[in-house]
Design a protein around this ligand. Sequence first.
Ligand code: PLP
Length: 411
Amino acid sequence: MPNFTLDDSVFAEAARRFPTPFYLYDERGIRQAARDVKAAFAWNTGFRQFYAVKALPTPAILNLMLQEGSGLDCSSMTELLLARRIGARGEDIMFSANAMPVSELHFARELGAFINLDDISDVDRLILGGSVPQMVLLRVNPGKYGAQRQGVMGRSLDAKFGMLPTQALNALLKLKAQGMTAFGLHAMTDSNTLDIGYYISNARYLFELGAALMRQSGLPLALVNLSGGIGIPYLPEEDPVDLAAVSKGIQREYARVFSAREDIQLATELGRLITGPSGWLVARAIHKKEIWRNYVGLDASAADLMRPAMYGAYHHISVLGKRGAPTDKVYDVTGALCENNDKFAIQRRLPEIEIGDLLLIHDGGAHAHAMGYQYNGRLRCAEVLYTMEGGFRLIRRAQTPEDYFQTMVFD
Ligand SMILES: *Cc1c(COP(=O)(O)O)cnc(C)c1O
């Protein structure tokens, strides 16, 4: 079930203060989600969540994460620069990138970030940069032992991420020869899954591989990064993941594989689970059209939220002030792009919509504004934080045509 914790009056007030479209984020919900993750894994002494910056790379949100004790999971030079700029220290940063330029790897190393190597070839590239960190993580691709669901990521066997488990041993031996004294492991083979079995079996796989690699390399396993990928209930009939059950299942596997050891630190890199349900794209119906189908045109488009266009993803839509009204109309809800996949909803049952109505597109707190683009000269919209105190804070202004022209050469 999408998140209905904020009253319609909050959105209505926001829309009086800021021109639509914009994203509204609920500070309370975001903080609570970060606390829930921390509490669920409290049994692991060194546990730390690293928020996946790519999900919502806005300073005010990343600051909330740091305040809640999360680190930041970065995947590019720009994200590293952003993390540094908001005051994250090296130990607050996890760098998980693939096919990255060697300069990014070395910059992450200079910052003192945790380095998560995606491929065996990255070992030599890291060594080229000078001294190797005391601890390096390896991202593995479990192949047939990874997720087999044809989700957004495809099957592990087809996924570009991570190195072969057999390459991991060679990587460790090479790094050991360069002075590395402990290692970490990481794998992520599914995304947006509500199946708690996935996250537990991913952990089990990493624990067992870690135990084997410890024996084979003579190096201690210091950190297991369970990655991200826990899903959220986009559909009305879906329920949130039971985090306590996930954590308990992982604790059981941890105890089974590592019996006496308690010092192996766990990490997560959750993005969607933390901010996804606490963000809404607020847009206004500005057009209605009745041809072979009935269309409602919004002032937002796929340039603001591309998940429906890109993945056919479902985002729940509600119409402000019409929550209880009968959903006796069927609409395609569209944006203005010259692309027929610019539809937030296709043949969706909704209450009757009038021009001027405010629509909420739910679950827009992760991989939403962040995936925006400027096709058709549609500029990226603003982001507003609804604070704990009940105020509204503009945390990113809307782009202007001047921003759009800035990188163009006119003469
Ligand atoms: C995208 C990504 C995440 C976050 O994924 P969510 O689905 O938002 O939890 C974490 N780790 C890595 C390596 C990623 O690529």
